[in-house]
Design a protein around this ligand. Structure first.
Ligand code: ZN
Ligand code: ZN
Length: 300
């Protein structure tokens, strides 16, 4: 346990992995927009500290610009990612949409994968938490139109099979079991990634979640996965108690910080963030978010 917690603790100071990634690949620091350190603090404002703004200036905005080819950030092996030119996705079925990612959040698993303790088996398209803009729809899509801003769930599902109708969209029977974006080793099939110029989204009416007009894409990019995960760690449990207190034992990674914000937004009486080890950026952020913070010395 001590070695595990120490290892996890090290993640705390490395949460800006996308910033590092984009620098490594020589791209402009438009992602510095993300931190917005000087802005007034509100619970939701902190979501975007875990996201990165897509460097739009250098990337394609319309599919017609692409000539059928787009750039895709591709995981090769731990510590090695490359921008590859790959075929741009196309509308295949009338229920499909094509989405241009505008902001991509760094999932906890992405970082583990990059340092070699997560997914294995590159090459595969990387990134799976995104909010973007619809750039093309099939002729049967009715709930979204070109230009709409949407969140793209990281798991692909149809919304109509037995499992989907019961809410088990992670086990949709209409697609390859475990079908996900940006994590081919999970399902064995490449569905593309969010750190690409375009994404193919089947079952668009079911899949795409409209982004409210007054919320920037970088704030809710993590809604694809980590924000939803954080919600389920606290929200349903808080509903069982009146003015509950919430303790988050943090690894300093995305889900823990999101959970703090959700607990505060839902009116928790006390929200405490405890971290084992020397603490780091996440502890500072937790305090800024409004949580009490407690540092627990590690055993070593
Ligand atoms: Zn994720
Ligand atoms: Zn389904």
């Amino acid at each position: 346990m001590p070695s595990f917690t120490l290892a996890v603790s090290r993640f705390c100071e490395r949460w800006r992995i996308w910033v590092v990634l984009l620098e490594l690949h020589g791209l402009p620091r438009s992602c510095s927009d993300v931190t917005r350190m000087g802005e007034p603090v509100s619970p939701s404002a902190h979501f975007d500290r875990l996201s990165v703004v897509w460097p739009r200036e250098n990337f394609l905005k319309t599919k017609s610009e692409s000539g059928g080819v787009m750039r895709q950030l591709t995981f090769i092996e731990p510590g090695k990612l490359e921008w590859w030119d790959v075929p741009a996705p196309k509308i295949v079925a009338g229920t499909d949409a094509i989405v241009r990612p505008l902001a991509v959040a760094r999932c906890d698993l992405d970082y583990s994968t990059i340092i070699g303790s997560g997914l294995q088996g590159g090459p595969f398209a990387f990134g799976h938490e995104t909010a973007g803009e619809v750039v093309e729809v099939g002729d049967q899509v009715t709930s979204v139109k070109v230009g709409d801003k949407v969140i793209v769930p990281f798991q692909i599902s149809c919304g109509t099979c037995d499992n989907c109708r019961q809410g088990w969209t992670n086990a949709c029977k209409s697609v390859t079991r475990g079908a996900v974006y940006g994590m081919k080793p999970i399902c064995g099939e490449e569905f593309g990634g969010a750190l690409s110029e375009f994404m193919h989204v089947p079952f668009a009416d079911h899949m795409l979640v409209p982004l409210p007009d007054d919320i920037r894409p970088e704030v809710l990019a993590g809604g694809s996965d980590n924000i939803a995960d954080a919600w389920r760690t606290v929200a349903p449990h808080m509903d069982k108690y009146e003015a509950p207190s919430v303790l988050v034992i943090g690894s300093g990674r995305g889900i823990g910080l999101y959970a703090l914000q959700i607990a505060l937004a839902r009116g928790a009486k006390r929200v405490v963030y405890a971290e084992i080890g020397k603490g780091g950026e996440a502890m500072r952020m937790a305090k800024e978010i409004g949580a009490e913070v407690q540092q627990v010395p590690s055993a070593s």
